[in-house]
Design a protein around this ligand. Structure first.
Ligand code: NAD
Ligand code: ZN
Length: 355
């Protein structure tokens, strides 16, 4: 069976296109009683962006904190807050921020129409009811969360996305001006997420012409952004993230992401930096990609933290390994159908111990 995957319904791209948000939402506001919920990264609480939000009287702004990556408990609390605001459903949920905030917006839009806790839906196609209209507006580029059919959440048992067709945004607004102020190291780590998506997709066994087309374009853009630089780097990085996300939509990520999920679950390491930490040890699997990544790090003066896992208790190392091993499609993409013969628990633990 070939994947019949759902894409975003509408995309607007360009410098300053954020100003069109008011017009875009006007169509969604059915009557005077309807309201929109803006979930905005709290890093913008005292910024000029706050004054640019097209907020109407009945709308609700929730400043979300992403110091920790999104947890199912946080999604449940936000959903409760929106439900308590008015008894009706909102006309839309608008997520403005990096991958974490966009994922929170996706998850809340799903949980408003599906009963229970977000943790009940971590997995594939468990969501039954369509979400509330939801739009994503990235302020950091690289995760591909703007195009993906998942919202990555850490639950009580696992770090796993709510993967479903209903998760996909109805609208995204790609305005390169919004990513201009991101701190340089964060921009690098999140940008490398896209670079690593492409290396893993282009070197995977699931590769096909669709994924290759998007992956090659995205990796070229990453090279231009992180090796050449230039005034239109933000525009290029935004499109690299989009294309990288499209590439893995029809293939899969690989070894780096599987190990990085384990690291993140046990140590709380954030996705972008976690991928960078792991990728630096993957010469055996992605030799050319790792070499080029090191050149990019050098050019941007990035020094990665070391010795995160050394000295960790055995039970935590076991948990880390369990979390990595759950991600079977990632291993199969990276190493082929017989991956279990190649990637043993012991091998994973040995790799972690070097980090
Ligand atoms: P992030 O959203 O976690 O944000 C990182 C930091 O940057 C935060 O402190 C945030 O406040 C700050 N920030 C964001 N935009 C800023 C700006 N313009 N200026 C200044 N500071 C800014 O970072 P991310 O790397 O974009 O996202 C990582 C998250 O995305 C993880 O939770 C990961 O699990 C998730 N993710 C999701 C998908 C998906 O397909 N849904 C894919 C990959 C990663
Ligand atoms: Zn990623």
């Amino acid at each position: 069976m070939f994947r019949n995957f759902k894409m975003i319904s509408r995309v607007v791209f360009g410098r300053g296109c954020f100003n069109q948000l008011d017009d875009i939402l006007a169509d969604k506001r059915a009557d005077d009683n309807s309201f929109v919920v803006f979930l905005v990264d709290d890093v913008f609480e005292n910024s000029a962006l706050k004054g640019r939000l097209p907020v109407k009287d009945r709308d609700l702004i929730i400043w979300v904190n992403v110091d920790d990556e999104p947890k199912t408990s946080y999604v449940d609390a936000l959903t409760k807050q929106v439900k308590a605001y008015v008894s009706d459903l909102p006309a839309g949920i608008i997520g403005i921020g990096g991958g974490s905030t966009m994922d929170l917006a996706k998850a809340v839009s799903l949980m408003l129409t599906n009963p229970g806790s977000a943790s009940d839906y971590q997995g594939w196609d468990l969501i039954k009811n369509p979400a509330v209209y939801h739009a994503g507006i990235p302020t950091l580029s690289g995760t591909g969360a703007e195009v993906s059919r998942t919202t990555v959440l850490t639950g009580p048992e696992k770090k796993l996305g709510i993967n479903s067709d209903h998760t996909v945004f109805d609208q995204i607004i790609l305005d390169p001006e919004l990513i201009a102020g991101a701190p340089a190291d964060q921009r690098f780590y999140t940008g490398m997420d896209t670079y690593i998506h492409c290396v893993e997709s282009l070197n995977g066994t699931y590769l096909n012409a669709f994924s290759k087309a998007y992956g090659e374009k995205s990796i070229d853009l990453c090279r231009e952004v992180f090796l050449d630089g230039g005034t239109d780097s933000d525009d290029k990085l935004m499109m690299a993230s989009y294309c990288g996300g499209m590439s893995i939509a029809y293939s899969q990520v690989g070894v780096c992401h599987a190990l990085s999920y384990g690291l993140s679950f046990v140590l709380g390491t954030h996705h972008g930096i976690g991928n960078c930490i792991v990728f630096d040890y993957l010469d055996e699997y992605y030799p050319e990609g790792v070499n080029e990544f090191r050149r990019m790090m050098e050019k941007h003066g990035i020094t990665l933290p070391r010795n995160l896992v050394a000295g960790l208790e055995e039970d935590k190392l076991d948990k880390m390994t369990d979390v990595a091993l759950v991600l079977e499609p990632l291993w199969e993409n990276a190493l082929g159908k017989d991956w279990k013969k190649i990637m043993t628990r012991e091998k994973i633990k040995a790799m972690y111990k070097r980090m």
